[in-house]
Structure formats: C-alpha cells, structure tokens
Design a protein around this ligand. Sequence first.
Ligand code: CA
Length: 168
Amino acid sequence: MRVLVVEDERRLAGLLARGLREAGHAVDVRHTGSDGLLAASAGAYDSVVLDVMLPGLDGVAVCRTLRQRGNMVPVLMLTARGDVPDRVAGLDAGADDYLAKPFSFDELLARLRALHRRAGGPSSAEVRAGDLLLDPARRRVFRGEVEIDLSAREFDILALLLSRAGSA
Ligand code: CA
C-alpha cells in the first residue's frame, strides 16, 4: 500500500520509511504538518502515519482538517507515551487508531494492515481533466501521451486541485 509518514523527527521518519519500504510499501515522508496536510489531501494514500507533535500545524489539526474536507484516509496517530489527552484529542479529531511512542515496528505494521482492511483497500483511481491524466498510485502525470515531470510537492498541489475541480 501507499503510506504517508508525517514526522518532524528526521531520524524516526527515516527509520519508519525504511522499515515500511522493506515491508513492501510505497512511502512518502513529510516533515511538517502543513506539508503533510497538502500531501494527504492529494488523496493518493492508503494510510497516513501522523505524529501529534509537529511544528506549526500539529497532527491533531492536520487530521481534523482532513476530516472536515471529507477526506477519510485511514490515520494512525503517533502520540507521546502515556499522554491520554493527546490520544483523546487525536481520536476526537478523526484518527482511526493511535500508537504511543516508543512503539514496536511490528505493531505499527500490524495496525496499518488492520486499518487498511477496515478501509476496504485502495481508492486511488486515475483522475482525468481535459488532456491531463493523473495516476495517484504511481504518482505520474501525463498530458496526452507525454509524461510531465513534477516534484513531489507540485504533484500534491496538482492532485489536490484536480480532486476539487468538479466540486467547486
Ligand atoms: Ca514530532
């Protein structure tokens, strides 16, 4: 599956990304809440691993904003150990599950699999707008037959715009 990791601690983010890739998943990493929100809003992920403690926009605010926009991507929140208010706030904001730090990587994988089963599989269909074709699963964009080379951030912005094109 495609997993978005939003975690500002670079070391932990790197470990998570490496472990998830070794488990066969496609992983993108964002280090701030606002970048994470943008990427998650692009709608191409099967699940999001979202740290609560992020600079600026925190994980709770990111999750709440996603839900307010109708984005129901499964969210696994990472909270500080024993921090009950964090967990309550996360679940109230629409997180599907939480895991307290420090956690075992095997448990993280198991919880992601459970979230994925509950959500009923991937929902990353191709999006067409005029002669543009956007493939969320492979994160590729084509104009007609020609592939357009975009940065990760540019892809997220385009995907977000296209996802809203019909609903504005
Ligand atoms: Ca953090």
